[in-house]
Design a protein around this ligand. Structure first.
Ligand SMILES: Cc1cc2nc3c(=O)[nH]c(=O)nc-3n(C[C@H](O)[C@H](O)[C@H](O)COP(=O)(O)OP(=O)(O)OC[C@H]3O[C@@H](n4cnc5c(N)ncnc54)[C@H](O)[C@@H]3O)c2cc1C
Length: 321
């Protein structure tokens, strides 16, 4: 069967990349995402103290294909270098997914609950909320581009794929976004304490093209370690905030002034420490596929590169039938 119309669930880097590859080959695509904007974990949180890149905020490229793609995105003005090996979004991390989403049909605030067959052997999607026009849409194929744990319940119609994805475990991350009226006395813009609950503290406002806000001297993003985050997964956000700010103060060796803004955010599924050995999943008989950072990319590739490689691999499989 010729695949001419594809639904993609998830408009993070994987869903957007897969949609681009398919659209470039003449396939009609429709993306659905439960959030208010595209980008998934490459997201930027707006606040009165300015924007915070509170998810994946920069990444490396280990393979030549992805390095070439990163170079093109940089030439296009969507990415900027942070050092010899890493890039971030120009202005904010979500500059990249926002640019990739341009020209693609993305239905936002559409949380898909199930993929269901219609009477003609095609696929329909059911959402948790009312989504205009969804009931009338049918698709030849469906791509599931969401974190593995969230893919499993969506893959009820493709049990072999659900089984393939089920072993993937994502580490959680508790994150704090905080701003102070003056810059803090830090040795560098990126601290990685050897002990304690913090994996990393990163200054956010000095990165390329970041917005300056009157009365705000610095913005920092603090990420807890996977172990601490897992151990405190259900802790109240105020308690997490207090503990991570305390740890930051210890790492800096100073007593912190009162922040002008400080909130905690929990990423239940942040990063995948042990991805699957396959690049993507594709059930050719059912015409349902899965991709994302839970799948294997290149040896040593981080999540962003894996998501991109996985999405491209799935697009190829889908186009080859
Ligand atoms: C704190 C943190 C730090 C990180 N650091 C790095 C790093 O240093 N380097 C690196 O390479 N990577 C890093 N990452 C990981 C990186 O961000 C991800 O690997 C990558 O963005 C994954 O892209 P994706 O498209 O596979 O998934 P996602 O970005 O998660 O996209 C999935 C999308 O699916 C949507 N969705 C989920 N369920 C549904 C549903 N039922 N219906 C509709 N939509 C749905 C979500 O809203 C989301 O937009 C980090 C992530 C976090 C959270």
């Amino acid at each position: 069967m010729t695949i001419s119309r594809v639904a993609l669930i998830g408009a993070g880097l994987a869903g957007l990349t897969c949609a681009h590859e398919l659209a470039a080959a003449g396939v009609q695509v429709q993306l659905f995402d439960k959030s208010r904007g595209p980008g998934g974990r490459l997201s930027t949180r707006r606040s009165p103290a300015g924007p915070f890149d509170h998810g994946g905020a920069d990444f490396a490229a280990v393979g030549s294909d992805f390095a070439q793609q990163v170079e093109q995105w940089t030439q296009a003005g969507w990415l900027a270098r942070v050092d010899d090996t890493r890039h971030t979004g120009m202005g904010s991390m979500n500059a990249l997914p926002r640019a990739l989403a341009q020209g693609l049909p993305v239905q936002l605030e559409a949380e898909i609950a199930a993929i269901e067959p219609d009477s003609q052997g095609l696929w329909k999607l059911r959402a948790h909320q009312a989504v205009p026009g969804l009931a009338e849409q049918v698709f030849d194929a469906v791509v599931v581009a969401v974190p593995a744990e969230q893919a499993v319940p969506l893959l009820g119609a493709a049990p072999a794929l659900a089984d393939a994805v089920r072993p993937v475990r994502s580490d959680p991350t508790w994150t704090v976004m905080a701003a102070w009226p003056l810059p803090l006395p830090a040795r560098s813009d990126r601290l990685r304490p050897a002990t304690g609950p913090l994996r990393e503290a990163r200054r956010d406002d000095t990165r390329p093209g970041r917005e300056r806000v009157a009365g705000v001297g610095c913005r920092w993003v603090l990420h807890a370690t996977p172990d601490w985050s897992a151990h405190n997964l259900d802790a109240p956000p105020e308690q997490v905030l207090r503990r991570l700010l305390e740890a930051f103060s210890e790492a800096l060796g100073v007593r912190l002034a009162r922040p002008v803004h400080a909130v905690a955010h929990r990423w239940r599924y942040a990063q995948v420490p042990a991805p699957l050995s396959e690049p993507c999943g594709w059930d050719a008989a059912l015409r349902i596929g899965a991709c994302g950072d839970g799948w294997h990319g290149a040896t040593g590739a981080e999540g962003v590169e894996r998501a991109w490689l996985s999405a491209r691999a799935l697009a190829q499989r889908l186009l080859n039938g």
